[in-house]
Design a protein around this ligand. Structure first.
Ligand SMILES: NC(=O)c1ccc[n+]([C@@H]2O[C@H](COP(=O)([O-])OP(=O)(O)OC[C@H]3O[C@@H](n4cnc5c(N)ncnc54)[C@H](OP(=O)(O)O)[C@@H]3O)[C@@H](O)[C@H]2O)c1
Length: 245
């Protein structure tokens, strides 16, 4: 059977790296549903960067994963095109650098919806069509393991994603589907585009390897987890030795 994968937030950074990794290991007839929400130009550039054979395997779907309704239409599109999903990578995540005292309830809800609530229901909707022996991978964060000062709501949602990962293991037991999460530290993606040199230097001092991680390093780890049949309920840190000294 051809392999069908779903990657949310797959047109940039870590998500794009995972899509490229899946494509590199794909066979004729495999399909990858790649989602994004805002940046058409970036999605277009991503598609154009693929070879014609790779492009044939990619179904690009615009849907805002902060919205329950748009998530449902994304799921409908997937179900209209295929009767099964083997690998589901829930990668979309957003943050804010607003201070806690400046939080609004609306902004809190937008981030909780995007990082936690919509992924919970995306997985619930896709579970019936997931293949026996398939795999779910969440993009958590080391900020969900350690309480970074930078973003309270982000850390709380990522910690919840890690707990969700463990909680869903039982829910997928009957189909032998594995559920795992990656918890990256600082990874060099467009997410950090506005970070100052000073900020990089300050963070690099806290990392034993003194650098941000590369997208490929995270994508390699993601692929290892997806293809490892015995890893289940694991939260895998990948942070270059953050705060280990
Ligand atoms: N970079 C890091 O240091 C780091 C560390 C730990 C964990 N992570 C996690 O890794 C994941 C990816 O981060 P990244 O650094 O690769 O980010 P990125 O380069 O900013 O890419 C984010 C991707 O998500 C899409 N996206 C954003 N909001 C969306 C929404 N509401 N609905 C659908 N798609 C949406 C973006 O496309 P559009 O803009 O077109 O919507 C883009 O494709 C996130 O969950 C993040 O929390 C990142």
């Amino acid at each position: 059977m051809n392999r069908v994968s779903v990657v949310t937030g797959g047109t940039s950074g870590i998500g794009q790296g995972i899509v490229e990794k899946l494509l590199a290991h794909s066979e004729a007839g495999d399909r990858i549903f790649v989602n994004y929400a805002h940046n058409e130009e970036r999605a277009d550039t991503f598609l154009k960067s693929l070879s014609p054979e790779q492009r044939e395997k990619v179904v690009l779907v615009k849907a805002d994963m902060s919205s329950y309704e748009e998530m449902l239409s994304f799921v409908k599109k997937i179900k209209d095109c295929t009767d099964h999903v083997d690998w589901l990578v829930s990668n979309v995540g957003i943050s804010t650098y607003a201070k806690y005292e400046d939080y609004t309830f609306e902004e809190w809800n937008r981030i909780v919806n995007t990082n936690l609530s919509v992924p919970v229901f995306l997985i619930k909707e896709l579970r019936p069509v997931m293949t026996e022996g398939g795999s779910v991978l969440f993009m958590g964060s080391y900020a969900g393991q350690q309480a970074y000062s930078s973003s309270l709501v982000y850390g709380v949602t990522k910690a919840a994603i890690h707990f969700l990962t463990k909680s869903l293991v039982k829910e997928f037991e009957s189909k032998s589907i594995t559920v795992n999460a990656l918890a990256p530290g600082f990874i060099q993606t467009p997410w950090h585009v506005n970070r100052s040199r000073e900020s990089y230097d300050r963070i690099n001092k806290k990392i034993a390897l003194h650098r941000f991680g590369q997208i490929e390093e995270v994508a390699d780890m993601a692929y290892s987890i997806l293809t490892n049949g015995y890893m289940n309920g694991s939260i895998v840190d990948i942070h270059g030795g953050y705060d280990y000294f």
